[in-house]
Design a protein. Sequence first.
Length: 224
Amino acid sequence: MPFLIIFVLLIIFGPSLWVKHVLRKHQKHIESLDGTGSELALHLIERFELTDVKVIKGKVDEDYYDPKNKIVCLSPEVHDGKSLTAVAVAAHEVGHAIQFCKQEPVSKLREKYLGKAHTIQHYGMMFLMASPFLGLVFRLPHLTLLTLVIGIITMVVSVLMYVAVLPEEFDASFNKALPILEEGYITEEQLPVVRQILKACAMTYVAGAMADILNLWRWIRFIR
């Protein structure tokens, strides 16, 4: 039984821990790099003529592109950092900006699936929160089993929605950021590490969705 619990925890938290480990491992300052993450982002925005796209400093571990407001948000360690993680993450987020500004088909995946994932999570969690009260008011039979089934469906479908966005993430990493960085922003020796960082960037959404499964077990424990 303990081995089964460990296995399940590794499935849930493994991707998220791996992503954080990779990004933090390569945050070491490298003087030979041409600039910080924000400086690279601003340079690429100008180079690719991404009209009205801005770069802002976000909170810790807050790296994303907001297509509605045309904002590349970079965490302090990326915004001000001069490391392989900083330049790779900055290039990845600008890769998203390129997708949306050029209106590439791959940019439609986020709009199509992430909204649905958030909706499924919202209503699923609402049911989980309301289930104890529904049981008291309506005395529904097998409420625990019903809650378990709905909870599992909610989380599984949500994770699958995030998986559906992976082509957009891998495009930003390996069809946008990597070819740009290979042009001379990094050395040949740094390339394998940058590939690993860009893979971690692409897996961020899925890793976060897997970690969210913990919420399901918290509510199941609450209603039992």
